[in-house]
Design a protein around this ligand. Structure first.
Ligand SMILES: Cc1cc2nc3c(=O)[nH]c(=O)nc-3n(C[C@H](O)[C@H](O)[C@H](O)COP(=O)(O)OP(=O)(O)OC[C@H]3O[C@@H](n4cnc5c(N)ncnc54)[C@H](O)[C@@H]3O)c2cc1C
Length: 562
């Protein structure tokens, strides 16, 4: 007699894993055309000619394969080999192939150089929009891309050096080999300012520069010192701040010397970072490293500020992108998942949260691409003054608003959002970085005050810009009058600087939305951000807001991309 089969007859009882009411991947979607606010802003700010390119690029960045590569580049972070197996110093950083794929794509699409190589109206806006899409798939590689892009204006302060280096810096050719620049057709650039004893205050730098001959602009020096943060140490050259006999000065330090020997720019270790993992950041020593003086002796901060201005803009782009990816994920999830008998995006309180996050993100994007347009027209004094002031305002505000927004988006997904196989842990860990580097929050606010003191025209430019929306919203008019009132009282200006810059950021965002966004967006922004007490937690939009329109506008639709 056969033994009984106790489970066979109850197999249907073991069927506990019917998968219902769960979300799907936000993947294989058209990241550009599904972002209505982006498409409109690109057109408005002068880069409508890039629509076709951006459409194709958005299909790439929204593809399942590309998004997965973004996860891989961070799961398998970079490793450092200081020496080869024979004992030769190599300072080689090894990256996962996914990282190289992002670098190659970025460089081949000109994300590191297009406005310099092909300047035209809309060039900065088009490039920023590409970066915004690319960053949503992977943020870390954006660091060397941004630094390479940003180095050009600083380098141009010494035309002889720019003539030698710029063609290869702007070339659309990615060559990650650890070989002298003379053997490459395309180069990347990093920057080394921060030291242990001072990051914000670069005047505290102790790295020294000794002239090898007569010295002076464009001439060779040897640099000795340590740099406590050097990201992307596999770049082909670095803009480095060091104390020359005449004071703090900027130098271009190559990874290899022109004679083919290794420049003693030695990577001690890679940082173990909570976020921005795909990007290698290092501690580095200069042990008599060769470098050429860029700009005037003793004017290093002035020279490198040209680079920093561009990287600050990049922080606005990057954080706006992080916000967009987080909000897209939340909107997508809540369009699929139900609780208590309704799809989440139909629950009144969730609608308030989703619409509020979408508003925040659209404000970030509007300001970012407005500054992109200003960068495209710096020969116009108004636009130039706007860049000077509102890059600091926007960098401060947008980057600082990002961690909380990303966290709220994560909460919309619930517990699964906390899991490492969701995109949220990476988005969240990335979210504070832009606020801290390239001048932390307080430094941006102090820079706003400095700009106002040294270049009073920036104040007029700000009010002229927000004045374009005068009369369209009583709340905005009152808000702007309030800022003018604050500026009449210079007492304790530093102590009160964050309050001022918060208000300026909201004022210009509201002015842009009032002029250009659909009424549902502009009205909701003014009602929630310019009301007494300001904005509190997400989900506190007042009654009367057309949340349906906001959710509909911002929700990306997943579709098959033929
Ligand atoms: C992932 C990562 C990568 C980096 N890569 C690079 C790189 O490639 N090259 C490079 O040069 N640096 C790099 N940095 C360093 C970064 O730029 C600095 O950390 C940053 O500038 C702040 O400097 P710090 O860390 O020395 O802080 P500090 O300068 O000590 O500042 C600490 C805090 O004090 C505040 N503060 C400073 N002065 C004032 C003041 N007067 N009033 C009020 N508050 C003030 C600051 O806002 C900040 O919040 C990187 C940092 C990170 C996190």
């Amino acid at each position: 007699m056969n033994a009984p089969e106790p489970f066979a007859q109850h197999a249907w009882l073991a069927d506990t894993h019917e998968v219902i009411n769960v979300s799907t991947e936000l993947a294989d979607y058209d990241m550009y055309t599904q972002d209505k606010a982006l498409v409109e802003a690109v057109r408005r700010e002068g880069a409508g000619w890039a629509h076709e390119d951006l459409t194709a690029f958005g299909r790439l960045t929204g593809s399942a394969e590309y998004l997965d590569l973004g996860a891989q580049a961070n799961r398998f972070g970079p490793e450092l080999d200081t020496h080869d197996r024979f004992g030769n110093r190599v300072d080689l950083v090894r990256f996962h192939p996914a990282y190289h794929r992002f670098m190659k794509t970025a460089i081949e699409h000109g994300l590191h150089s297009s406005p310099w190589a092909d300047p035209k109206p809309g060039a900065h806006v088009a490039r920023a929009a590409h970066v915004y899409l690319q960053t949503q798939a992977e943020a870390g590689h954006g660091c060397p891309i941004a630094m390479t892009f940003a180095a050009v204006p600083s380098l141009r302060s010494t035309p002889a050096l720019a003539a030698l280096w710029e063609p290869k810096i702007t070339a659309r050719h990615y060559d990650p080999r650890n070989v002298p620049d003379s053997q490459k057709a395309g180069l990347t650039i990093g920057m080394a300012m921060t030291e242990k004893q001072g990051g914000s205050d670069v005047r505290a730098n102790t790295t020294r520069a000794y002239p090898l001959g007569a010295g002076g602009e464009g001439q060779a020096y040897e640099l000795v010192g340590h740099k406590y943060f050097v990201s992307a140490p596999m770049c082909d050259a670095f803009l480095v701040l060091a104390q020359a006999p005449g004071g703090l000065t900027c130098f271009l330090v190559p990874r290899w010397r022109p004679d083919g020997s290794k420049n003693p720019l030695q990577v001690l270790r890679l940082k173990r970072k909570m976020g921005n993992v795909s990007n290698a950041s290092s501690e580095t020593e200069l042990r008599g490293a060769l470098g050429w003086m860029v700009g005037e002796e003793g004017r290093g901060a002035r020279t490198i500020i040209e680079m920093v201005a561009m990287t600050r803009f990049e922080c606005m782009v990057g954080s706006s992108a992080g916000q967009r990816q987080a909000v897209s994920q939340a909107l997508h999830h809540c369009s699929v998942r139900s609780a208590f008998g309704r799809v989440l995006n139909q629950q009144p309180l969730m609608r308030n949260v989703l619409a509020d996050m979408a508003l925040e993100q659209e404000g970030s994007l509007a300001l970012t691409l407005r500054i992109g347009r200003a960068l495209d027209h710096r020969d116009d004094p108004h636009e130039d003054l706007l860049v000077r002031l509102c890059t600091a305002v926007g960098k401060y505000w947008i980057c600082k608003r990002t961690p909380h927004l990303v966290y709220e988006a994560m909460e919309c997904v619930g517990g699964s959002g906390v899991m490492e196989d969701s995109p949220f842990p990476r988005l969240f860990r990335e979210s504070p970085v832009n606020a801290i580097w390239e001048g932390s929050g307080n430094i941006q606010c102090l820079d706003v005050l400095r700009a106002m003191q040294k270049t009073p025209g920036v104040v007029d430019a700000y009010f002229a810009e927000v004045g374009k929306a005068r009369g369209a919203s009583a709340a905005l008019d009152r808000w702007v009058d309030g800022i003018q009132g604050l500026l009449q009282d210079p007492a304790d200006a530093e102590y009160r600087a964050r309050d001022l810059v918060d208000r300026m950021a909201l004022g210009i965002q509201a002015a842009l939305l009032v002029q250009h966004a659909p009424a549902a967006v502009a009205d909701a922004f003014c009602a929630s951000r310019l009301a007494d007490g300001g904005h509190r937690n997400y989900g506190t939009l007042p009654r009367g807001v057309d949340v349906g329109a906001l959710i509909e506008r911002a929700t990306p639709r997943v579709e098959t991309m033929g």
